[in-house]
Ligand binder design. Sequence first.
Ligand code: ZN
Length: 247
Amino acid sequence: MTYAILSDIHANLEALTAVLADARQHAETLICLGDIVGYNANPRECLQLVQQHCAVVIAGNHDLAAAGVRPYHDFNRYARQAIDWTRARLTPAEVLYLRQLPRIARFGRACLAAHGSPRDTDEYLLTRLQFVQSFAYLQQHAPEVRYCFVGHTHLPTIWRCTAAGEVEPETVTSPRLALDPACRYLINPGSVGQPRYGEPLSTYVLFDEEALQVEFRFVAYDIETAQDKIYAAGLPPYLAERLAIGQ
Ligand code: ZN
């Protein structure tokens, strides 16, 4: 069974369409780590595609904000404007769908889907200490989980925890990586709809739980159309500009 793990779609229909086309060639089951809406101009279309194609879907912080579950005064002003814009467009049924999404979900033999970190939808995993704490949390609350997938930072990354408890970033020298069965992993596929790793290509991950192999996929999409829709919608122009530079 090969899984395609997608995160942070953020209402970018052009990116999602391109990623789905690629993912369906390589994976049987699609998993969405949340933040379906926010930032870009096609929240409703992206919600529909995610519901159609993803077997497992969890909530991101932008989904919860758009559904009125979470206050969003702490978001930056671009994100706030995008949530205001999104809330004015979602139907009651779409809001209900977002409201009932789980925060975390198990899949496969030993996999967990989370948005920010396994313990908190809003936590950014960036520093070593944050990864150490997340591995410790998993060991305590979900010891059967060996592969935890997170999004939220929009940065493709892999950290591992060895049998001896050493936590270190995995050096990814090629897009394909063989995992060590003795280690546990936290894997971030990056973002479909708003990449922030310095390149404009969408990223997602293919994961084969039998072969223990992870592959980062980099997918080109029609950025100009996505940008034009942001300008036409009256969303902050910065949200269009950042797509071109992957920031
Ligand atoms: Zn996000």
